[in-house]
Structure formats: C-alpha cells, structure tokens
Ligand binder design. Structure first.
Ligand SMILES: [Fe+2]
Ligand SMILES: [Fe+2]
Length: 259
C-alpha cells in the first residue's frame, strides 16, 4: 500500500492555572503554540481553582486556536468540586478531555488520565492499616488502571501518554524531597511497561526536572509551564515533540467508465 510520511508537531504544556486575569498571558501562549504546533496537549491544572468561570476563559481562547487540543484534568481542577461543569465547558470548546480514554489525532494515539499521588519505588505508600490509607492507595491504583485501559485501546504506531501526576521520581527531583510522595506515583509507571509509548508528558511538579525515563527507557517530560519558564526562559513555555507519522496515501481517483 502506498504511504505518505509526515512530521506531526505536538506541543505539550501543563499547569497553565487559568485565573480571572489570565487572558493576555493565554493569548500569548496560544499564539506561540499556533505558530509551531499541529496538536496541543494540556497536562492538567488547567484552571487555578477549578471554577467554571476560569474554564470559560480558557474555552474562549481555545475556540480561537485552530488546531486539535487534548487534555487531562489536574488536582487544581478539582478544588471547587465542579469538575463535571468544568469538563463540559472545556469539551464544548473542542478540547478532547481524557479520563482513562484514548483518542487518535493526526495518526498519533493519545492515552490520558490524571494520575494520583503516593510516592515512588520502595517509598510508595501501600494499602495497609487505616481505611483512609487504603482509600488513598486505591485512588492511585484506580488511576493507573484507567491509564492502562486507555493504552490498551490504542492501535496507532505512535503513542503518547498524557498525565498530570508523574509516573517516575526523576522528573520531580529538585522539588523538596519531603513532597515527592505528593507529586506522583510509580503505580502509573506499571501500565507503561506493558503498553509502551513513544513519550510520556505530565505536569504538577512546578519545580521538578524537565526530563527523565521510565524503567523501560520511555522518555518522560515534565511540561509544567512554571518549570518550562524557569529552565528554558528563552523558549516558548511548552515542549515540542516532532512525531513521524506514516499515513496511507490517498487512493488514485477512479477512472471514469467508458460509455
Ligand atoms: Fe499545578
Ligand atoms: Fe497539580
């Protein structure tokens, strides 16, 4: 079958924390995205307090952006207990919000979930003792299962996992060590062992480290906007991934039948 090769440019950024006064900053960010990218990925903490009015400000700016947008919620989007309304507003503006879901855009598969906290490696919190500890761990397991079921559904060659919390410790390092357990969970790394992807993007650790790798070598990028601004002050505050995608070439137009 004839094929056509393309490079799809994916801009990923998290923690834009839209507030009432965010409009000029957002316009500037999205203008830079529109110039450089074909797809935008938003890695949670879209709204500062999880308020519908903040979601409306983001929705308005997204509606002017003429490229596909995919995203996950972050913990800040939960702050006011209005995630349903916030999600509805963002979806109406055209953002494909992923919560254990998968979507294919321009030949790339995106699997997304918010993720949760709990810590990394030997320090990860276990489901033992008080009921509330078990519930906390259950939430992390649940988010990992959501990511797994999303990954299992992807059939594309190129895949990106989208999270808010980190699946590895390496990209939260530089934050105070005391808060590592609240910045992510290695339980989110497990599904990536069974269903590898080309890249993982996440946010949440505003003062972490921009790059790391999972145990099976998948590049993990912390794309929290405050981190991008701090580490790469001379660049637009998002990570740009250039993904080679092979499409089937459009078939030849059918020959007109002789009459
Ligand atoms: Fe944040
Ligand atoms: Fe966060």
């Amino acid at each position: 079958m004839a094929t056509r090769n393309d490079i799809v440019r994916v801009a990923a950024v998290g923690d834009i924390h839209v507030s009432r006064s965010a409009q000029p900053r957002l316009q500037n960010l999205f203008a830079q995205v529109a110039e450089r990218a074909d797809v935008l990925v938003l890695c949670g903490d879209l709204c500062d307090y999880g308020l519908p009015e903040e979601a409306h400000i983001l929705a308005k700016e997204i509606s002017n952006l003429k490229i596909p947008v995919v995203g996950v919620l972050g913990n800040h989007d939960f702050e006011s207990g209005q995630t349903e309304e916030v999600t509805k507003i963002l979806c109406a503006a055209g953002i494909q919000m992923l919560d254990g879901d998968a979507v294919e855009i321009k030949g790339i598969g995106f699997a997304g979930a918010k993720g949760f906290a709990g810590g990394f490696g030997r320090g990860a919190l276990g489901p033992w003792g008080e009921e509330i500890i078990k519930s906390f761990v259950h939430e992390a397991v649940n988010e990992a299962l959501k990511l797994e079921s999303a990954l299992a559904r992807l059939r594309t060659e190129q895949k990106i996992a989208v999270l808010h919390y980190s699946p590895i410790q390496a990209t939260v390092e530089r934050e105070p060590v005391e808060i590592f357990p609240f910045l992510g969970s290695s339980r989110l790394e497990d599904p990536l062992m069974h269903y590898p992807v080309q890249y993982v993007v996440h946010g949440h650790a505003h003062h972490g480290t921009p790059e790391g790798k999972t145990a099976n070598g998948i590049p993990v990028y912390n794309v929290a906007m405050p981190l991008m601004l701090e580490i790469f002050p001379d660049q637009p505050p998002f990570r740009l991934l250039e993904i080679p995608v092979t499409h089937p070439a459009p078939s030849e137009p059918a020959m007109a039948a002789n009459r």
